[in-house]
Design a protein around this ligand. Structure first.
Ligand SMILES: [Zn+2]
Length: 113
């Protein structure tokens, strides 16, 4: 489950930022998860609670913002929505799509104290 190590990196960032931005407690973490990022939101929630235990974010709430997967289809000359990385274009079924959104997983915002 790579969500565990992703949560560990999130905790690293939270701890680094705590020093820089002078906060002691993290209350809410807004996390953007792209549909094509291979990150499972349910697994993320589970790991988040496990990893944050005993840290400055032990009581933090995790808010997940789902970002849809989008790709450019050169054949249709259109931006299309796809659900998975290797999906075909929903319009023309061409497989040569250039993904342009939905691969990211990042902290969008924090509420701290
Ligand atoms: Zn197409």
């Amino acid at each position: 489950m790579h969500e565990m190590s992703l949560c560990e990196s999130i905790l690293d960032i939270l701890e680094q930022q705590a020093g820089l931005q002078q906060y002691q407690l993290v209350k809410v973490v807004w996390l953007e998860i792209g549909a094509l990022s291979c990150v499972e939101p349910a697994a993320m929630r589970f790991c988040f609670d496990v990893v944050m235990e005993g840290s400055l974010a032990s009581k933090a709430r995790l808010e997940i913002i789902n970002i849809e997967g989008r790709a450019w289809c050169a054949q249709c000359a259109k931006d299309v929505v796809i659900e998975q990385r290797y999906d075909a274009c929903p319009v023309c079924e061409n497989y040569q799509l250039q993904i342009n959104n939905g691969e990211q997983m990042r902290i969008k915002e924090l509420e701290v104290e």
